[in-house]
Design a protein around this ligand. Structure first.
Ligand code: F0G
Length: 459
């Protein structure tokens, strides 16, 4: 890397392309109505730039496609499994690796074993499926992110950190009810913000003092490690893989969605050291996912993930990845669009509370903004606010702490001109934001309502 030039380029060139289809505003209006104003219900070919999620949507590399050809589909003991297990243990040297078809399957298994009524699971911030899987067992999911992490505009290099004093206080009172502590790296629901190595060390020390296992929800571990490399004193000279291994050593296990940093289109795992706990988890795995050497994945998927894990910790890739997300965020910030700062790793989060201040939280300002981005420019984003988190386990509806709209960037998928287009559309929608209508919910399912709820505009 030559420091003389400031442009950070994609460290790859395009090898195979997919068409994108432009729609007219009239076509988009028809599509929206048919979708009940829920962007999850759109046909993806009616979307131009799809920033709904960075999950499973990344572009695989030549070497991943080549690895797929080595997929061995033996039911038990496939060589693909052993390559997958070795690649996971290279970064996360836990005793037991239990493959699952995606992250939430690992969550379902671990919380089925460790959750239950009366139990409490602390996390910096639970992701929606994590919270749902904790609550589905009757346990309580508690978010203990630092105060800075709850405010969109406050600058802090590690806004995903856990409030260690709050954790200590909780464990001081209720440690017998806490079966596990989780840390989400990076903190997705809190703005894709990283957790510092120092914070992971502190949380680990508290957990060990109370004899409670610490697990990592590690979907974006490589992006988190890059932030540590860039922002934390004394870490700048270290290998990314080495930072990841230290993080792993501070915890007792992990849940993982391989659809994020490891460039899988599907996949995940649960990994842990405790033999008895692993035994219980494997028994559940066999009930719903599959035999412990494939766990709901084809041999070819295991191969793609094993190769993707190697690419995920490449510093040239991570420099480009984090810089390209910041490029979008900084341009919007400079244009006066309120965004969560600093810019996170995998996404830019628009602050809809600030931008659509004329709407009440229960008129769903985040949903209103996400709909407008689709109407205006065919961009699909995701509300992370009261639609996602407003319904409480006791049945009441409460405004979420933040009303965010996430522009998640699929890995290695869009070019800078796609992102320049996104900047134009978002800036233009933001200019007229005060004229956008609110929404009411016309259908609500019993759980994870944001996926299937339907809306209509408040006129
Ligand atoms: N944990 C975190 C922090 C996540 O971001 C996700 C998924 C999961 C767990 C569950 O993994 O989807 O493989 O079952 N996040 C995606 C997103 C869906 O859009 O942020 P999964």
């Amino acid at each position: 890397m030559d420091d003389m030039f400031r442009t950070i380029i994609e460290p790859f060139r395009i090898h195979s392309v997919e068409p994108m289809r432009m729609t007219t505003p009239a076509e988009r209006e028809v599509a929206l109505e048919a979708a009940g104003y829920n962007l999850f219900n759109l046909h993806a070919d009616d979307v131009l730039v799809d920033l709904l999620t960075d999950s499973g949507t990344g572009a695989m590399s030549r070497d991943q496609w080549a690895a797929i050809q080595h997929g061995d589909e033996s039911y038990a003991g496939s060589p693909s499994w052993f390559r997958f297990e070795a690649a996971v243990k290279e970064l996360f040297p836990y005793q037991h690796v239990i493959p699952t078809h995606q992250g939430r399957a690992a969550e379902k298994i671990i919380f089925t074993v460790l959750g239950g009524p009366g139990r409490i699971v602390p996390n910096n911030t639970h992701f929606d499926t994590t919270r749902a899987n904790v609550e589905a067992t009757g346990a309580e999911a508690v978010d203990l992110v630092i105060a800075e992490g709850r405010d969109a505009a406050t600058l802090h290099p590690f806004k995903g950190n856990m409030d260690v004093a709050a954790l200590e206080a909780l464990l001081g009172e209720r440690s017998a009810d806490v079966p596990v502590v989780f840390l989400t790296i990076t903190n997705n629901s809190g703005g894709g913000q990283p957790v510092s190595l120092a914070n992971i060390r502190d949380v680990s020390e508290v957990c060990r003092r109370f004899g409670i296992p610490l697990f990592l929800d590690s979907c974006r571990f490589a992006e988190n490690a890059w932030f540590i490399h860039e922002r934390e004193a004394g870490q700048g000279e270290r290998d990314i893989a080495d930072i990841v291994r230290e993080i792993a050593s501070l915890a007792d296990g992990m849940t993982m969605s391989a659809k994020k940093d490891p460039f899988g289109n599907i996949g995940g795992w649960l990994a842990l050291n405790d033999d008895a706990l692993a035994e219980k988890c494997r028994n559940l795995l066999i009930l719903t996912e599959g035999f412990p050497t494939y766990g709901g994945l084809a041999g070819r998927d295991l191969e793609a993930i094993a190769q993707g894990l190697k690419e995920a910790v490449d510093p040239d890739y991570l420099r480009y990845r984090i810089r390209s997300t910041a490029y979008l965020g900084e341009a919007l910030d400079e244009a006066g669009v309120p965004v969560v700062l600093p810019i996170g790793g995998h996404a830019v989060y628009l602050d809809a509370k600030e931008l659509l201040g004329h709407l009440e939280p229960l008129e769903y300002p985040g949903q209103a903004l996400a709909i407008a981005l689709y109407q205006k420019g065919g961009i699909r984003s995701c509300e992370i606010g009261t639609v996602m988190f407003g319904r409480q386990p006791d049945g009441t509806e409460r405004p979420a702490a933040m009303e965010l709209v996430r522009l998640a960037i699929p890995r290695r998928t869009y070019t800078q001109s796609h992102i320049d287009y996104v900047i134009e559309v978002v800036t233009s929608v933001a200019r007229d934001a005060k004229s956008l209508p609110g929404y009411r919910m016309t259908f609500e399912p019993t759980a994870l309502r944001h996926f299937t709820a339907r809306f209509s505009p408040v006129t």
